[in-house]
Write a protein that binds this ligand. Structure first.
Ligand SMILES: [Zn+2]
Length: 276
């Protein structure tokens, strides 16, 4: 009994290495949140709440305090998060490490939607991993293992896109959100005639532009945003004898990093059906 007690005591006296201080990681919007969360494996923060319009986002005071106390900030870059400039200045955090997920990615005409191409998404995950390793080398093995798992899933997704879309070379579509040039480029389909959705009505110019594009390019599909019930777009599609299909730019959705794959699979189905 005494031997056991002594053993317990000496065991409890072994100096445990003090745990590494928890890194506070802040991300801007959903795809950056998913990719970062997948690499970190634990809690990270998101500045733009899912469901909030990302393109014209205005920073809140809560965003400033989040950045003021963060160790790392992960952004998409390519000028997408324009709200950050002033927010970072206001936060006055000289210790902040910024990770630009699009570093070394060649942009197409400054279009920021690189996360919709699984191959470029892989590059973004790798950039995030490398930035996190630089910020917190102690967790290098964890970040590398987590990134590897997620990158393997992206590779699988890419292979599936390639295999299923190669039957439809140059399948042409019209989009109402200029979000798909990277995806189209990767899988040899074509986005033509982006008509931005106006608040309440399409102008005659928008309608004419869409009609001309459908005729000129023999477009197969019109893609709208999921969850947006736009009667005008529906009517336009009907006039053009095309169906309006929802294509997800992944700017909203749920917080599970696996949601990326679910939404991209749904997009693949939609594109495939439209191109048939
Ligand atoms: Zn967008």
């Amino acid at each position: 009994m005494s031997a056991l007690a002594g053993c317990n005591q000496s065991y409890s006296q072994v100096q445990q290495p003090s745990p590494a201080p928890k890194l506070r990681v802040v991300t801007t919007f959903l795809p950056m949140y998913w990719f970062t969360k997948a690499v970190v494996g634990e809690e990270v923060e998101i500045l733009i709440p899912p469901g909030t319009e990302v393109h014209d986002y205005q920073a809140t005071p809560a965003n400033v305090s989040a950045i003021a106390t963060a160790n790392v900030l992960v952004k998409n870059g390519i000028d997408f998060e324009q709200f950050l400039d002033g927010t970072i200045k206001s936060a006055q955090n000289s210790q902040l490490k910024e990770i630009d997920a699009s570093a070394n990615i060649k942009s197409l005409a400054g279009n920021p939607h690189v996360w919709l191409d699984p191959v470029l998404a892989k590059q973004q995950v790798a950039n995030i991993r490398d930035g996190l390793v630089a910020a917190n080398p102690e967790n290098k093995a964890i970040y590398q293992a987590n990134a590897k798992t997620y990158i393997q899933q992206l590779e699988k997704l890419d292979a599936e896109y390639k295999q299923r879309l190669q039957k439809y070379p140059n399948c042409t579509f019209i989009s109402f959100h200029d979000a798909y040039p990277y995806l189209a480029n990767r899988y040899q389909i074509k986005q033509v005639a982006v008509v931005e959705i106006p608040e309440d009505q399409l102008s005659p110019t928008d309608v004419q532009k869409a009609i001309n594009a459908v005729k000129q390019y023999k477009a197969k599909a019109i893609f709208g945003e999921p969850g947006v019930d736009n009667k005008l777009l529906k009517a336009l599609a009907q006039d053009l004898n095309l169906t309006l299909q929802p294509l997800d730019s992944l700017e909203s959705g749920n917080l599970d990093p696996q949601h990326y794959f679910q939404a991209m699979q749904a997009n693949l189905k939609t594109i495939e059906a439209a191109c048939k």
